[in-house]
Design a protein around this ligand. Structure first.
Ligand SMILES: Cc1ncc(COP(=O)(O)O)c(C=O)c1O
Length: 391
């Protein structure tokens, strides 16, 4: 049975052309880009080309791109660089719905001398921007707000927030791991100082990320070592993966329109059909302002994990919250921050599509999921109770 993969916010398939571009750099062209000989030098040129491709995707300059190991490293580097550059400032602002890469670091810092403001969201996952602005102070070292949420797909008003934050001359970082490659991003149009991205979310390999650092931003490296990345990130370059990230950036740029037309159409079809066919179901998040590939739907009175297991029997790969938080039966911190009722948060499933999905696959999910929910509700005492109250 061929799997139907709709868990692309967890990770994506490496695009065939990305893999093809990477392969020779494992075995044929294995030189060290720092070497003096031309065998290494050729590899250095290929890294330069990859850096340019990432820069094009972001509307940035190549020198503003620092390659590293993942989105998590980018987030840590950005936040730690900002606080190291502003040693007198002891306040950080972030949101309640960040990925653990930012959330857990900020919680850690809050136990180590920093005051952290976690900005709340409303029932649709929209950020309380006024609360953010009211909390800006001369003591604020950095504001870190994700560009788009990995669970709900809700997109945040980065342009507006960055303008206000920059007016106060405070460092602004955005975790754009889920946004890059899915929606247009142009660093020339926003006041973002640092931006995180990750290769495996945009059809590149795992274990490669990049941090955009705007020219003139005070920076201190997270990994201190060799002169790689102009001394901003020590360690011999992960050459095949850097080349893969470059190619994946080009792939994403070429498919951006398809993502926002065909993929969005499939996501909307999935939403509309499931809501129509399954009573007591609702979208978690602002339908009008979401990533084109993502939907999180709550099915009341059933367990998300049971839904996933039954979907899995049909080869359908989805997620109940983010992959990073599954393993715990507690509703995710994102759904809790949004105030999704317990009965619905427990039965929430995230579907995240990609350009590799077909309409036939989406139709298959639309056919099978209502039967799965019906079967589970037939066994659920809570559903029977709610049913008897309703009838
Ligand atoms: C919004 C967001 N930030 C950061 C990360 C972490 O990225 P990586 O897996 O490359 O460390 C993820 C991964 O799920 C994410 O969704």
């Amino acid at each position: 049975m061929k799997e139907i993969y709709v868990d692309n916010n967890a990770t994506t398939k490496v695009a065939p052309e990305v893999l093809e571009e990477m392969l020779p750099y494992f075995s044929d062209f294995y030189g060290n880009p720092s070497s003096m000989h031309s065998f290494g030098g050729e590899v250095g040129l290929k890294i330069k080309e990859a850096r340019e491709k990432v820069a094009v995707l972001l509307g940035a300059a190549p020198e503003e791109i620092i390659f590293n190991s993942c989105g998590t490293e980018s987030d840590s580097t950005a936040i730690r660089a900002a606080i190291a550059s502003n040693p007198d400032k002891k306040h950080i602002i972030t949101t309640r719905v960040e990925h653990p890469a930012v959330k857990n670091l900020c919680e850690h810092l809050s136990k180590n001398g920093y005051r952290v403001t976690f900005v709340p969201v409303d029932r649709k996952g929209r950020l309380d921007v006024d609360y953010l602005y009211e909390n800006l102070s001369d003591d604020t070292a950095i504001v870190s707000v994700m560009w788009a949420n990995n669970e709900s797909g809700v997109i945040y008003p980065i342009k507006e927030i960055s303008r206000i934050v920059k007016d106060r001359r405070i460092v602004f970082h955005t975790d754009a791991v889920q946004a890059v490659g899915k929606i247009p991003i142009n660093m020339g149009e926003v006041g973002v100082d640092m931006l995180s991205l990750s290769g495996h979310k945009l059809h590149g390999p795992k274990g490669i990320g990049a941090l955009y650092v705007r020219k003139g931003t005070k920076f201190s490296p997270f990994l201190i070592g060799g002169h790689q990345e102009r001394g901003r990130r020590g360690g011999t370059e992960n050459v095949p993966s850097i080349i893969g990230l470059g190619k994946a950036s080009e792939f994403s740029a070429n498919h951006l329109e398809e993502e926002n037309t065909r993929v969005k159409y499939l996501r909307d079809k999935l939403d509309n059909e499931l809501l129509y066919r399954i009573p007591n179901s609702a979208i978690n998040g602002d339908r009008e302002n979401r990533l084109p590939n993502t939907t999180s739907i709550g099915f009341e009175y059933v367990e998300g994990e049971s839904i996933l297991l039954l979907l899995n029997e049909f080869g359908i790969c989805a997620s109940s919250g983010s992959a990073c938080t599954s393993g715990s039966l507690e509703p995710s911190h994102v759904l809790r921050a949004m105030g999704v009722p317990f009965t619905s948060a427990h039965g929430s499933i995230r579907f995240s599509l990609s350009v590799f999905n077909t309409e036939k696959e989406i139709d298959f999910i639309i056919e099978k999921l209502p039967l799965i929910i019906e079967r589970l509700r037939d066994m659920s005492p809570f559903w029977k109770q709610s049913d008897s109250v309703l009838s």
